[in-house]
Design a protein around this ligand. Structure first.
Ligand code: TRP
Length: 79
């Protein structure tokens, strides 16, 4: 078994409104933001957990597809 293996799952995020934010959080003792990405409505991003990223925070209305199924992120803005 590869000792560096950290799961390496992919997740797919589809923005259902403008300004959906995806924030990557660092792996290890500290949990810090290391990357922020903004998606507009209809944009899709495919992301992977890596040696550098162990958690992802998603803000806004989005469809989030992952190995457990699909989770809907709720928008904070009035439609
Ligand atoms: N830096 C933490 C870690 O690599 C990030 C993290 C992963 C985390 N899962 C978590 C933080 C659950 C709080 C709760 O473990």
């Amino acid at each position: 078994m590869n000792q560096d293996y950290v799961g390496e799952d992919y997740i797919v995020i589809k923005a259902l409104e403008n300004g959906v934010t995806i924030i990557g959080l660092t792996r290890g003792q500290d949990t810090k933001f290391h990357h922020t990405e903004k998606l507009d409505k209809g944009e899709v991003m495919i992301v992977q957990f890596t040696a550098h990223t162990s958690a992802v925070k998603i803000r806004g209305s989005a469809e989030i597809m992952h190995r457990f199924g699909t989770t809907m992120g709720e928008g904070t803005k009035k439609q």
